[in-house]
Design a protein around this ligand. Structure first.
Ligand SMILES: Cc1cc2nc3c(=O)[nH]c(=O)nc-3n(C[C@H](O)[C@H](O)[C@H](O)COP(=O)(O)OP(=O)(O)OC[C@H]3O[C@@H](n4cnc5c(N)ncnc54)[C@H](O)[C@@H]3O)c2cc1C
Length: 388
């Protein structure tokens, strides 16, 4: 997104991606209203809606006292009152196709950043490895947008302050069947006996997630794949036939959940954004949307200095200053949800239904208050707009 926004404003950008395609690791499918508004501002909202998608405006949870809808995005004042579920590889293909229309943009796939070029106390580019050897790329500004295990961050010697999310996620596909489960809003979910299962409709198949307590993967794996099948069906009996397709652990990816924030997001000539600056846990499906907001703010604040050929530490500091507090607020909310809801669910030893405390039910009935959390989640702590 940052490369596209800069190229639109005539900044020469080279985007390095270590993989040969975008379909390598799961990084989230939830395109929130905040991101849809940003895509609308740059004329891409219609095209993103043409990608294979499903829409979620408010999940319904099955609880001990009947169905419960914790939030409803349809009440928000936005052109896009829903979360658009789009396969991330399709979204990235759309953004890079759009960026390629600008002569200032270059995409290098299979280009793995291995080192920073440092001169006179500043970062002046990167060294990267491709199939045909090591190359150098010099730049006025290097941006590390390389995710939660950021190599650029490590090379820069910046250490993130880590919080410890209580969970990891197993990620796998389940087939659609003739007699399929009914999932309002295209998603299902539930928990029992220390595990959480959830999934959403990717039209050709169900994309499923099985949330486990951090570090518990080896013991689960020791139970064999039939153990995983059994746990899933205990939570969601309607998946009994679907899980028969899980025959091997190779069909299941373990996604390690990280959450952290760097105290400083920059060095002379270098800026970190997205998960590289603040790794987001999957709670609320916020990470890609916060990474995109970082990209918009960075483009807004840095385009003119880059075009002038003079990017100072103060310019980079301004990006962190603007983004850091919305990130901190949202990470604090994620931590509370992890501690109070997810950790509790992962500790539950008995088969038990989801019980919602009375004050939460009461809160969701108060018109003035009930839309505050979904508003923050869907539109961001502050609304970010693209400067043209
Ligand atoms: C299990 C799990 C589930 C999640 N679910 C969701 C969700 O549903 N919705 C949501 O919004 N967020 C979700 N998140 C969070 C989300 O994945 C991140 O916050 C988001 O992807 C951050 O975007 P990013 O661009 O900063 O980094 P990434 O999306 O991680 O992208 C980094 C890119 O850099 C590339 N790269 C890495 N190292 C190098 C290198 N050395 N050289 C060149 N390229 C490199 C990678 O290949 C990758 O393409 C989830 C996170 C986890 C762990």
């Amino acid at each position: 997104m940052l490369a596209l926004l800069l190229a639109r404003r005539r900044v020469r950008v080279t985007l390095l991606e270590m993989h040969h395609d975008f379909d390598r690791e799961f990084r989230g499918d939830t395109v929130h209203p905040s991101t849809l508004e940003i895509l609308d501002q740059i004329g891409l909202a219609e095209r993103v809606h043409e990608l294979r998608n499903s829409k979620i405006s408010g999940p319904t949870l099955q609880t001990t006292r009947g169905p419960f809808t914790p939030f409803d995005l349809r009440r928000l004042k936005t052109k896009y009152p829903y979360i658009l579920m789009v396969h991330q590889k399709d979204l990235l293909a759309l953004l890079t196709e759009e960026a390629k229309k600008y002569p200032y943009f270059q995409l290098l796939m299979g280009a793995n950043v291995t080192d920073l070029i440092r001169e006179d106390g500043a970062v002046r580019g990167v060294r990267y490895q491709t199939d045909d050897g090591v190359h150098e790329l010099r730049a006025l500004l290097t941006v590390g947008a390389d995710g939660r295990f950021s190599r650029v961050r490590h090379l820069a010697g910046i250490d993130p302050v880590r919080t410890s999310p209580p969970m990891d996620v197993l990620w796998f596909r389940l087939p659609h069947l003739n007699e399929d489960i009914d999932a309002p809003g295209g998603a299902f979910g539930g928990f029992a006996r220390g595990h959480i299962v959830g999934g959403f409709d990717r039209r050709d198949y169900w994309q499923a997630a099985f949330v486990i307590a951090k570090g518990s993967y080896p013991s689960l794996r020791a139970e064999g794949i039939e153990g995983l099948r059994r746990h899933i069906v205990q939570i969601e009996p309607r998946l009994a036939k679907h899980v028969e397709s899980l025959a091997d652990w190779q069909q299941v990816s373990l996604l390690s959940v990280e959450s952290s924030c760097c105290l400083q997001w920059y060095l002379p000539g270098l800026l970190l954004i997205g998960d590289a600056a603040h790794a987001m846990s999957p709670v609320g499906g916020l990470g890609i949307n916060y990474a995109i907001q970082d990209a918009v703010v960075a483009a807004n604040l840095l385009t003119v200095p880059i075009l002038d050929g003079y990017v100072t530490i103060d310019h980079l500091k301004a990006v962190q200053r603007k983004r850091q507090w919305p990130v901190r607020i949202i990470q604090a909310l994620q931590t509370q949800l992890q501690k109070r809801v997810i950790a509790t669910a992962l500790r539950a030893e008995e088969q038990q239904g989801l019980s919602i405390p009375w004050f939460v039910r009461a809160f969701t009935r108060i018109p003035l208050l009930r839309d505050i959390p979904p508003r923050i989640m869907a539109l961001g702590v502050v609304r970010v707009r693209v400067k043209n």
